[in-house]
Design a protein around this ligand. Sequence first.
Ligand SMILES: Nc1ncnc2c1ncn2[C@@H]1O[C@H](COP(=O)(O)OP(=O)(O)O)[C@@H](O)[C@H]1O
Ligand SMILES: [Mg+2]
Length: 424
Amino acid sequence: MKVLVIGSGGREHALCWKIKQSPFVSHVYCAPGNAGISKHAECVDIKDTDIEGFVRFARAEEIYLTVVGPELPLALGIVDRFEKEELRIFGPSKGAAEIESSKVFSKNLMKKYKIPTAFFSTFNDFDDAVRWVKEVKPPLVVKADGLAGGKGAVICKTEEEVFDALDAMIKGKVFGDAGERVIIEEFLEGEEASFIAFTDGETVLPLESSQDHKALLDNDEGPNTGGMGAYSPAPVVTPVVHRKIMEEIMIPTVNALKEEGRKYKGVLYAGVMIKDEEPRVLEFNCRLGDPEAQPLMMRMKSDIVPILNAIVDEKLSGKTIEWRSDASVCVVMASRGYPGDYKKDFEINGLKDVESMEGVIVFHSGTALQNGRYVTSGGRVLGVTALGKTVPDAIDLAYKAVRLIKCESLYYRTDIGRKALKYL
Ligand SMILES: Nc1ncnc2c1ncn2[C@@H]1O[C@H](COP(=O)(O)OP(=O)(O)O)[C@@H](O)[C@H]1O
Ligand SMILES: [Mg+2]
């Protein structure tokens, strides 16, 4: 069968790499893809917002299965459009994807179905919000309702910080329509983890636990980014926490969405804050995390393709996934300046040396090929991902590989995975 993967980041590289290994798959396309992806898939120049372009391509090439990586095409309704054309596609419908694309929808759903999360209120008026904040008192978190590219959540320690964030979102419209409505919520303490599951709307099949590192600098300092690294498993998700997340969060949420007439098919990702083994939801995403997907795909032993197809066919019940017992760590190498402005087109050397290392794969995000050489072309550039018997082993191997990659403009954190060590 022919498979089309939509997206162009490290997550999509990991998906293409994994899908390509399936004996059921004859050809993998990726749109738009990137230089690294082009080793595992044929890259096609269609932008991730060009829904009609994807429909035409899937028809013309007789694509058996389309897999959507990022949230934007899902929020734009690509799944509804494909289903109308009777084309097979993996991902939630537009209505179901609102669990990510509208934080107001998501918080109200959690409230209605008693799914544990921070207490909150919704505002579209600055003065109303100010009155509420004076009553509840910081620390608080202000969040834009809509998609804001991972920059729409502002943690505020003082009232002034809350007012500044509200001012920027409601009055200044820094996130456009996405910030017209805001959520203000309780600040939760604890340790964060990513809990990612496959679901066909009935059955919930969890992936292994993982954790990402959002902050730019070591020790979680500096501004938030799309993610500077990830590891799996995340020991903060103990068996007790795992059971609670499944019983109190994942299963009730999938049931709630069905109840609301928005049956959810695809990847459901809960960002959870865990304190004293009590998990509470920070947000839901409607797709795999990037960079969590990179270590997860490396650890997945089973063929992913039958699972994806079972979800499309709503036949996930009884399916299982086999995982390697190894841990995996992904260190992101990013352009200096990211998440702000940065320069591009720096040559990347040493990738060949890393290729020959066993247990290491470099997933590409922002790379391009120029005269046969890899150059930087984005904020996050590479995700150097390694397997190891334990998390410390995987950390060592990942950084050994990172040090072989030579590029003057690349920066990386030196403490990816360290949070896991306190549990060992
Ligand atoms: N209520 C909260 N308490 C503490 N930290 C939070 C809270 N909400 C969000 N955060 C932090 O902010 C980050 C981004 O928030 P999130 O809700 O995931 O929005 P988005 O990913 O859309 O930017 C989270 O990963 C978490 O680190
Ligand atoms: Mg998030």
